[in-house]
Every structure is written in C-alpha cells, then in structure tokens.
Design a protein around this ligand. Structure first.
Ligand SMILES: [Zn+2]
Length: 450
C-alpha cells in the first residue's frame, strides 16, 4: 500500500467505526429503499398520473383521495383529514402579451392576478429593478405597465439565496404597481434559466386594496422587452382571463405509526399536496409528499415499531394561501399531544445534502451526533437557524424543533412553477436518498428523543 493510500485509510477509521453503531438502522433502510425505489413509484402516480393540482381544482381533490388511499394501502394508523377552506383561482385560457410591432412575448399570469378587459389592456412600459425604484416613479406610473426586471444574482452559489433576493418583485411588485395606479405589472421570471418558459407563482395584494393584472415573462421575453425599451418608449397589450372563484373546502391528509412507548410525542414529516397549474408538480412538491410517505413506508415494512409517533402530513394550499398549514397548526394546538419535531421537504427531489433546523448554533450538538448515520445518504450538515418550510414553520409555537431537507440546489429554479416541472426531471435514486434521509432522522428522533 502506498503511503498516501495508507494515510487515506487511516483517516477513514474513525468515521467508519462511528457509522457501525448505526449500521443496524441505515443498512436495512438503504438496502430496501435503493432496491425498491418506492418514492419514485408514488411520484409516478401523483405527478405522472394526477398531474397539476392547484388548490380548489378537481385534481387537488383527486390528490387528497390518492393520499388517503396510499396511506390505507401502507397500513398506516389514525388516517384522517384536517379540513381547510382554500382559495380557488383559475388561470383562464388566454394569456397574451404583444408589443406594438406585433412581437409576442411569452408570459403566464401570476397566481392571484385579475383579468384584463376582454379585448386587452394596452399601455406604455416602464422598466425598474426594485420595488423602491417603482415607488419613486410616483405619478409617472399611472396607467403604465411596471416591468420588474432584476435578474437572479448569479454570484450567489445557492439558488434559494438567488430566489430570496429577487423574489420580492413577484410577491409584492404587482401590489406596489396597484398602489401607484399602474395598469399592470410584468415580472421577469424567478429563474436563472434563460429560455422561453415563464415561471408562475403567487403574488399578494393588500387586503381590500386594488389589484392589477400581472404576469411573469420568460427570460427571453424579458430580455427582448428590455432591449426594445433601450431604443425608446414601448407599448404592450396584455390580455388575461383569470378569475378568483369562491373559497373551496379542502383537506390535509394525515396518517401515522403510533409510538409504542410515548405515543403522545409526535414527529411530523411532510410536503405539500397542492402544486401550481403549470407543469405537473413533480419537484414542487410531489417530491416532498412522496419522500415523506416512502420514509414511513420503509419504517413500517421493515417491521420497526417507533417509540414515539411518526406522522406524515400532506399539506394543502402551500402555494397560494398556506391554509392547510394553518389548519394543521390549529389542530396541533388543541390535540392532546406534544409535537417534538416537524420536518418538511419542499426544495425539490434532488440528492440530499443537509437539513436546515430551528435549533440555535449552541444547541446543534443535539442533532450533529447523528451525522455519522445521515452521512451514509450524503447528508453532511445541519444548518442552525436554517430553513424549515412554509408548512411546518407554523408549528414552532408548539415547541417542536423544525427541520427542512436541503437538497442540492442548482437545477431547482430551472423547473420551479413552470411547464418544466415534470417527472422526467426527477432522478429515482436521488429522490429515494431524500426519503432515506428523512426516515433516518425521524427514526433517530423517535428512538433517542430530542
Ligand atoms: Zn413548494
């Protein structure tokens, strides 16, 4: 053996022996999970079979039914629905944005947009790069389209950080435009992928405030419009037919393996059942739903009996309201049980890298001790005071420790909320590794406590 190889082998010893302690847990999980790839089979049913499932739609109802039936087939306990009333926004069948010279700009309505007059809305465009720049327009904005065109900051490595620094244009830009008396808002898609596919997503208007028609432009369309504006003033005509129908009854789907020693101590794993109407909600968030179900299926089928209750919650309406998350948080407050941990996967079905957690840096040792087990699935860190997820964050007042799966991030926003979020973008082994990471963490919390 050469010296370098010997040194390398010597370095591996402590890690290997630390892993041995967890071999009885991770080895059977690994063999079964990677052998059967069950998460992907579930994703074929949900994303491939049912498809897009925006809150209030028939497909969202089908997804609830599917969730119940899947849990029944798995033999979970205490399967039930938590009711919630969800918004019911529909896109309509016309989305057209045309420049004065007849050039078409590819766009899609943002969730929550209102329609334009039937024969469209024509106005001049003003390009801005921030909400502040828009606000400073004052009266100049009246009757114009405000065009938010700040791109993702490509110097940031993690794409969620890129989304975080550009996202205000979509969340709040249309509301700012409405307040200024603008005709509408055009928003550069929240992606770094420079193609002609627009990315939708929720926008929020002030309660009782005025609303405007608003769309996301593909990156190619945004660049085209920006180029045209460099040459001088430009007009566009927008036609949209979206509408908001009355709220609709819907549900979270809940099932569990009840704890054998401490049934009142609950560990939640989940993802959101609803998706946008573009694409088929494969990564967002078919991945989180199927990883959570698969994690519990593996534990059950290995014949393990957790000391504490491990529960899967499939949340409704994460994308445009968070009503399912609020309903489950209310239920958790009144249920005679203690939520000790709540874990969500809503960052795509890519290879897992870490977990965000609500634990502070000084407390991170409480979970870092499990990294030798999780490292088998290539999880190498917990991020203190990190991201949980929109569905589990409302459980923080129950004193539950919050966790969010952190997969590799580079491709997520290429697909997010667009026609490209389809099952062919999901790798079955990467998805399964996410499920295995969640199964391992849930099992260790169940056995050791937190
Ligand atoms: Zn999501």
């Amino acid at each position: 053996m050469r010296l370098t190889a010997l040194l390398f082998a010597a370095c591996l010893v402590p890690i290997a022996s630390a892993q041995n302690r967890y071999d009885p847990i991770v080895n059977p999980l690994k063999a079964k999970g990677l052998g059967e790839l069950g998460a992907y089979k579930l994703l074929q049913e949900l994303s491939g079979g049912i498809g897009p499932r925006l809150s209030g739609s028939l497909n969202a109802q089908r997804a609830v039914q599917w969730g119940m039936e899947t849990m029944e087939e798995m033999g979970l306990q205490k399967i039930h629905l938590v009711p919630c009333e969800v918004p019911h926004w529909v896109r309509g069948d016309v989305e057209d944005l045309t420049m004065a010279d007849g050039t078409k700009l590819t766009c899609c309505a943002l969730g929550g947009s209102i329609a334009t007059p039937e024969d469209g809305l024509e106005a001049e465009v003003i390009e801005v790069h921030s909400l502040d720049e828009a606000r400073k327009l004052g009266d100049k904005a009246k009757g114009k389209f405000i065009f938010y065109n700040r791109p993702f900051d490509s110097s940031l490595v993690n794409t969620f950080a890129q989304y975080g620094t550009a996202g205000d244009q979509r969340f709040l830009g249309p509301a700012v435009a409405a307040k200024l008396g603008a005709a509408g808002a055009l928003v550069r898609s929240m992606t770094g992928d420079a193609d002609d596919v627009p990315h939708t997503g929720a926008t929020t208007f002030e309660k009782g405030g005025s609303k405007v028609p608003c769309v996301a432009l593909s990156i190619i369309a945004a660049n085209k419009l920006s180029e045209a504006l460099k040459a001088g003033p430009a007009k566009v005509k927008l036609t949209l037919k979206c509408e908001t129908l009355p709220d609709t009854p819907s549900f979270d789907v809940v099932g569990e393996i009840t704890g054998s020693e401490k049934p009142n101590e609950v560990i939640v794993m989940g993802g959101h059942l609803d998706s946008w109407d573009k694409g088929r909600g494969a990564h967002d968030d078919g991945a989180g739903v199927t990883e959570s179900l698969e994690a519990l299926r593996l534990i059950k089928n290995l014949g393990w009996h957790p000391k504490r209750t491990i529960r899967v919650v499939l949340f409704m309406n994460e994308e445009n309201g968070g009503r399912g998350a609020a309903a489950y948080a209310d239920y958790a407050k009144t249920a005679n049980e203690k939520h000790i941990a709540a874990m969500e996967s809503d960052s795509g079905g890519f290879a897992p890298r870490g977990f965000g957690t609500s634990l502070k840096k000084r407390d991170i040792g409480r979970v870092n001790k499990w990294l030798p087990a999780l490292s088998v699935f290539e999880i190498d860190h917990f991020t203190p005071e990190g991201e949980g997820g929109a569905d589990v964050d409302p459980l923080a007042p129950t004193k539950a420790v919050i966790f969010g799966l952190e997969p590799e991030s580079q491709r997520y926003f290429d697909y997010h909320h667009s026609d490209k979020d389809t099952i062919d973008k999901v790798n079955p082994r990467e998805l399964e590794l996410g499920a295995l990471s969640m199964a391992t963490l849930a099992w260790l919390i169940s056995e050791d406590g937190l």
